[in-house]
Design a protein. Structure first.
Length: 154
């Protein structure tokens, strides 16, 4: 029994070509969020409420040499008391497969609203953070990160 046949009939070659085309057409492709996808996700979460700048610090490198491990530091200026604290911070990326990358939830027991992490960025894009307080205030910060080597298959 031969494992590899040296010659194939034209019919077999055409059949294999048709199968290859069908498989390629059905294989899911990695789609990236667009700025309008991020806006839609933010509107869904926050109902189009007004967002102020300040109080939320988003610290990221301007240039990420490797998109697999981009450091991000988030800190929100807040008294973190029972009457006034940061409830959550969500991070959005305009060029990743999913617009909302993560959400951190805080309570007054946290003492401060801060987090450090590493995230994947597939390409150069804007990263947007939104902090929501217990009093209903929204704060936002944005940072553009230039990615030289993509972290999501690029």
């Amino acid at each position: 029994m031969m494992l590899f046949e040296q010659s194939r009939s034209r019919r077999e070659a055409m059949r294999l070509a048709a199968i290859s085309v069908a498989v390629a057409a059905l294989t899911p492709r990695l789609a990236f969020a667009k700025p309008e996808d991020v806006k839609a996700e933010m509107d869904k979460l926050y109902g189009g409420k007004e967002m102020a700048t300040g109080k939320l610090k988003l610290d990221m490198p301007e240039i990420a040499e490797n998109g697999l491990v981009v450091p991000i530091n988030i800190e929100v200026e807040s008294p973190m008391t029972e009457a006034d604290y940061v409830k959550s911070v969500s991070v959005f990326a305009e060029g990743n497969p999913f617009p909302r990358v993560l959400t951190y939830h805080f309570t007054p027991a946290c003492g401060r609203a801060a987090a450090s992490l590493r995230m994947r960025l597939a390409q150069t894009q804007n990263v947007i953070a939104v902090a929501e307080t217990s009093t209903g205030q929204l704060y936002t910060a944005k940072s553009e990160v230039k990615v030289t080597i993509g972290g999501c298959g690029g």
